[in-house]
Write a protein that binds this ligand. Structure first.
Ligand SMILES: Nc1ncnc2c1ncn2[C@@H]1O[C@H](COP(=O)(O)OP(=O)(O)OP(=O)(O)O)[C@@H](O)[C@H]1O
Ligand SMILES: [Mg+2]
Length: 364
């Protein structure tokens, strides 16, 4: 997503799709650069599949235009678009072998048999399924079926590959290794991919660009770190990872620093990158890993942004310890990646929390 028009492969211009009274996709505009992996991310029913189907031609938008590689493709049937789609349930043909599945599109396009056979071999190799061409889909694991679906989609050399929750049927470990494979293949072949998921961790880890959707609307477009660190509103902040909000008021401004009054105390913060005045009500967005916890007895005189609280719960979640801490009238989540080093706090223990000076602020 940049201004360099020559590298833009896909453009959506004010795309709207309705089902009766329901606006499934609402005036969506975006552009996608060639060779990038963009992910549509959002809760169930937000319009991800509908948008993908509009790009692939399986359904037509009611309004707006879709431009692929400089050509308006709205109205062109799916088979005549340079797109390939892998569906949510990856839909292999059960009666066909792996090789027949992969070669299907090429046979439909009446390619010579020798060419098709060579292409099947190349694709089997590409997705690490050498020697399995004669199997039927039911003789494959979920991950292998997924690879076949991917190979079949790649057989037509699409300008853009559309993957609708391609990993959702796989167990957790396979899901992670398959997403790494998809990403490697995408980078190696410089494929342009639109990937759909409602799994925020998957989206964060695989994408060049995140497109966060809600109720048919695009909420925010950006690199994963940008969306994580600077979510545009509470919905995006909540949807991408865990977050604490501190609502408050600007009560003083001095140079590049403001005093932000929250119900639990006063914070001294860097000025946000937008105009603020005394009296403005804002919301501070603080990720659980951006707060430090120390013992209540720790000497922190002269230190700003220290709040006091009481540990309600301490819980291991994967690689971090998550503390649930009551601070005044609010529950605050703090993640500690190395509790052995920093100290494990018991439930019921009084603690101090230290917040940074640079905090992302929301105006709404
Ligand atoms: N053919 C249809 N007829 C009527 N309503 C539809 C149709 N297809 C989708 N919808 C509705 O449009 C909205 C968007 O659906 P869509 O399938 O795009 O969501 P999604 O983001 O892909 O969700 P999920 O994550 O569950 O797959 C939903 O409210 C859905 O019920
Ligand atoms: Mg869907």
């Amino acid at each position: 997503m940049s201004n360099k028009n020559d590298s833009i492969i896909l453009e959506l211009k004010n795309v709207t799709k309705r089902f009766g009274n329901l606006v499934a996709v609402n005036d969506v505009s975006l552009s996608l650069e060639q060779g990038k992996l963009a992910t549509f991310l959002g809760p169930s029913g937000c319009g991800k599949t509908t948008l993908l189907r509009a790009i692939s031609g399986f359904s037509e938008p009611d309004e707006g235009e879709i431009v692929l590689d400089g050509q308006a493709i709205t109205g062109i049937p799916p088979n005549d678009r340079d797109t390939a789609m892998v569906f949510q349930n990856y839909a292999l043909f059960p009666h066909m072998t792996v090789a027949q599945n992969i070669g299907f599109g090429l046979r439909v396009r009446k390619k010579p048999k020798r060419e098709i056979d060579a292409e099947i071999e190349r694709l089997l190799d590409l997705v690490q399924m050498e020697g399995l061409g004669n199997r039927k889909p039911h003789e494959l694991s979920g991950g292998q079926q997924q690879r076949v679906a991917l190979a079949r989609a790649l057989s037509l050399h699409p300008k853009i590959l559309l993957l609708d929750e391609p990993l959702s049927n796989l167990d957790a470990n396979l899901r992670i290794s398959m997403r790494e494979e998809v990403r490697k293949l995408q980078r190696r072949l410089e494929l342009t991919i639109v990937f759909v998921t409602h799994d925020q961790e998957e989206a964060m880890s695989i994408s060049d660009v995140l497109v966060v959707m809600d109720h048919g609307i695009v909420k925010q477009i950006g690199a994963p770190t940008e969306v994580y660190e600077y979510p545009i509103d509470e919905f995006v902040a909540n949807f991408i990872g865990h977050v604490n909000f501190f609502a408050g008021e600007v009560v003083d401004i001095l140079g590049n620093e403001m005093t932000f009054q929250i119900s639990q105390g006063k914070l001294k913060l860097e000025m946000p990158p937008f105009q603020v005045s005394v009296g403005d009500k804002l919301k501070a967005v603080v990720r659980p890993e951006s707060i430090a916890v120390v013992r209540a007895e720790a000497e922190l005189t002269d230190m700003d942004n220290v709040l006091t609280g009481r540990v309600e719960q301490a819980m291991y979640i994967g690689s971090v310890m998550r503390f649930t801490i009551t601070v005044g009238d609010q529950t605050v989540y703090v993640d500690e990646s190395d509790p052995q080093y920093r100290g494990i706090f018991a439930e019921g223990q009084e603690v101090k929390l230290i917040l940074k000076k640079r905090i992302h602020m929301l105006t709404n």
